[in-house]
Design a binder for this molecule. Structure first.
Ligand SMILES: O=P(O)(O)OC[C@H]1O[C@H](OP(=O)(O)OP(=O)(O)O)[C@H](O)[C@@H]1O
Ligand SMILES: Nc1ncnc2[nH]cnc12
Length: 184
């Protein structure tokens, strides 16, 4: 969770958490869907979200922000622009036109695959992986595998929301994960 130097929660977190709508039983029964589209409707909450990430990563030698399709494409690019890093989209299969590397993974509700353009990331790049949410951690794991296969060092993963009961953090092989809010 985002805390200040004295360990207290940043005062912006409450507004961010309150702006996220929770939709029960979407897209199927038993899933409490964390809907960030309502956060995007609140310019103050959206700006505070991006600012909190930028404040954490500016000046930290991050050379690439990798955003995960689709919702990582909302938060990743403004962070990349603000910290002076390149943005690399990690896309669902058959969307990227160039040569790709692929990683399959298991989701809370199904399976999927992520692809990255060969050459987008170089050995020696320092990567930050950005997504809206970590559930089981499978998506972030696949993203990190792609970046590491390309020779990058993954510095950290950053998400707006964590579903702690799914223990996705434990799947990240000790890689640090920074989140702003826990699911309600
Ligand atoms: O931690 P995990 O269990 O892997 O799940 C997290 C992923 O699930 C959601 O994306 P989804 O696959 O639903 O795709 P979308 O963003 O295209 O809707 C979310 O945006 C994360 O990317
Ligand atoms: N509960 C959830 N809410 C939103 N996105 C998700 N992706 C996986 N689980 C999710």
């Amino acid at each position: 969770m985002a805390c200040g130097k004295d360990g207290e929660q940043d005062s912006r977190i409450g507004g961010i958490a309150a702006s996220i709508r929770v939709v029960p039983d979407f897209p199927k029964k038993g899933i409490m869907f964390q809907d960030i589209t309502t956060l995007l409707l609140d310019p103050k909450a959206f700006k505070n979200t991006v600012d909190l990430f930028v404040e954490r990563y500016i000046g930290k030698d991050v050379s690439v922000v990798a955003g995960i399709e689709a919702r990582g494409f909302i938060f990743g690019p403004p962070i990349a622009l603000a910290i002076g890093a390149k943005f690399v989209p990690l896309r669902k299969p058959r969307k990227l036109p160039g040569e790709v590397i692929s990683e399959k993974y298991v989701l809370e509700y199904g399976t999927d695959c992520l692809e990255m353009h060969v050459g987008a990331v170089q050995p020696g790049d320092h990567a930050l992986v950005v997504d809206d949410l970590i559930a089981t951690g499978g998506t972030l794991c696949a993203a990190m595998n792609l970046l590491e296969r390309a020779g990058a060092e993954v510095v950290e993963c950053a998400c707006v929301i964590e579903l702690p009961e799914l223990k996705g953090r434990e799947k990240l092989n000790g890689k640090p994960l920074y989140v702003l809010v826990e699911s309600r």
